[in-house]
Design a binder for this molecule. Structure first.
Ligand SMILES: C[S@@+](CC[C@H](N)C(=O)[O-])C[C@H]1O[C@@H](n2cnc3c(N)ncnc32)[C@H](O)[C@@H]1O
Length: 240
């Protein structure tokens, strides 16, 4: 369905050029739910997370590229003291996830943005604010000439570290072996981060993780996923 003008005017996304899909089919019911929920839990461009109504005394954990919300809903249900910030540029994913979070009764502890993670992190979150960042199955962009489109780049890794508290974590998963190595090489050499499995290591899959859509797809195609876990061990020169 084409989004109504009212929705586009009120919840228009950021214009930063991204290569993934942004729009797609959203039912009328989903649009109504988004229109109802986003004024309370949306984090539109220009609004800072500090002004979003989150409690300053509870941890904030972010998921980047939450897809249809499988993992975000799981986090909200299993970590009842966490405040969750979910970022996803694909509107039908946002619509599904908001519906599920609302049905699960956990929406008040969530903030949702359809703005690219690069913009949210650099413009809407203070330095040393986050307790953790999850990135599950980021787009692989397999062709060499498209590698520059991959989410994990050196600048982006440095930006993530600057927004984490000391002791905070970055956890990643992918079912694409070359992307696993790509992310590991960048993050292993990012100042302030320590790979909990040692340089060049991967962690074993947590038993309590849900299987996200892309992990399941990998398994159907015969690929086990790899998992990475980093801790921010010290502050480094801060970005503005
Ligand atoms: C391959 S899907 C994985 C979805 C989900 N995490 C899973 O494991 O099933 C990658 C997701 O990242 C989103 N994405 C891509 N670039 C992004 C960006 N810059 N900021 C936020 N989300 C992004 C895409 O729209 C897509 O939904």
């Amino acid at each position: 369905m084409r989004l109504s003008r009212l929705f586009r005017e009120n919840h228009g996304q950021h214009e930063m050029r991204t290569h993934g899909r942004k729009n797609g089919f959203v039912t009328q019911g989903q649009e109504q739910r988004l229109t109802h929920c986003l004024p309370k839990i949306g984090l539109p461009v220009g609004k800072h997370l500090d002004d979003s109504g989150f409690s300053p005394s509870l941890p904030v954990v972010m998921e980047i590229g939450f897809g249809n919300g499988d993992f975000l809903v799981h986090l909200a249900k299993t970590h009842v003291t966490w405040q969750l910030l979910g970022i996803e540029i694909y509107l039908p994913g946002v619509a599904k996830a908001v519906g599920r979070l609302d049905d699960a009764g956990v929406l008040p502890r969530c903030r949702i943005s359809q703005t690219p993670a690069q913009v949210v992190l650099s413009q809407q979150i203070s330095a040393e604010h986050l307790h953790g960042i999850y990135i599950n199955h980021p787009d692989p962009w397999p062709k060499k000439r498209h590698h520059k489109r991959r989410l994990i780049q050196q600048d982006f890794a440095t930006l993530m570290v600057s927004r984490l508290k000391v002791g905070g974590f970055i956890r990643l998963a992918t079912d694409k072996p070359d992307l696993a190595i790509w992310m590991q090489k960048i993050l292993d050499h990012t100042a302030g981060l320590e790979n909990t499995a040692g340089v060049g290591g991967f962690i074993v899959r947590d038993d309590d993780r849900p299987f996200t859509k892309f992990e399941q797809r990998g398994l159907k195609e015969g690929r086990d996923s790899e998992f990475l876990h980093y801790i921010k061990v010290k502050n480094v020169q801060q970005l503005p």
